[in-house]
Design a binder for this molecule. Structure first.
Ligand code: C5P
Length: 221
């Protein structure tokens, strides 16, 4: 049987950085479910579809195929066969993903893909509903948070390092709006599973968080 670690939490809490590092350390596959929602969002943007056009989104869902591929342990996101890993990192795509991830038919499309990967491999999967909906039987569930100020500053630093122009106040506003939407949607809202280990990364560095989760994984294994 595979061993699954679920990491949920709000945008910018450091889930993907930490999950990637821990996956490498313990030779698990890292599954970034946010990237799958971003791939869907990217498709809608490319086709000029607005988030509120529910019927259109429902219709085009059948034309979309999202897959994850791994090259030397690095995850690539494929949209209808095309590698769009870099293109989905813009804020615009993240916001579109958040605005459309509340549709049940969007979530249903990705759910079986996520569950199949976890059934076949030892995975660290991060997202919003992994511990509560996707992998309710995961051997370890972590709910990773940090204050909105810390999360906005981290994202700001990341974008600046990439040479992108951005505004800290705007990022903070985007993050708060996204958290609100993710926490208040009807289907699979962002919340900690009852048996999740709560971890606040506001005052911890990446290695400290990785170590804390690693210790929990040893206990759970
Ligand atoms: O984690 P990331 O910022 O890449 O996720 C983008 C958006 O995808 C989130 O704001 C959320 O609305 C959605 N998402 C989700 N369920 C997941 C992962 C992401 O609804 N498991």
């Amino acid at each position: 049987m595979s061993f699954n670690i679920a990491i949920d939490g709000p945008a910018g809490a450091g889930k993907s950085t930490i999950a990637k590092k821990l996956a490498k350390k313990i030779s698990f596959i890292y599954v970034d479910t946010g990237a799958m929602y971003r791939a869907m969002g990217y498709y809608f943007l490319q086709h000029g579809i607005k988030a509120e056009e529910e019927e259109k989104i429902k219709e085009v869902c059948d034309d979309i195929s999202v897959a994850l591929a791994y090259e030397n342990g690095v995850q690539k996101v494929l949209l209808n066969g095309e590698d769009i890993s870099d293109k989905i990192r813009q804020e615009e795509v993240g916001n579109m993903a958040s605005a459309t991830s509340g549709y049940g038919f969007v979530r249903a499309k990705l759910l079986s893909l996520q569950q199949d990967m976890a059934a076949q491999h030892n995975v660290i999967m991060d997202g919003r509903d992994i511990g509560t909906c996707v992998l309710p039987n995961a051997q370890l569930k972590i709910f990773l948070t940090a204050s909105v100020e810390v999360r906005a500053k981290r994202r700001y630093d990341e974008l600046v390092a990439k040479g992108e122009q951005c505004d800290l106040a705007e990022i903070e506003k985007d993050i708060s709006e996204r958290d609100y939407r993710d926490m208040h949607r009807e289907i699979a809202p962002l919340k900690a599973a009852e048996d999740a280990v709560m971890l606040d990364s506001s005052d911890l560095n990446i290695d400290e968080v990785v170590e804390a989760i690693y210790e929990q994984a040893k206990k759970a294994g």
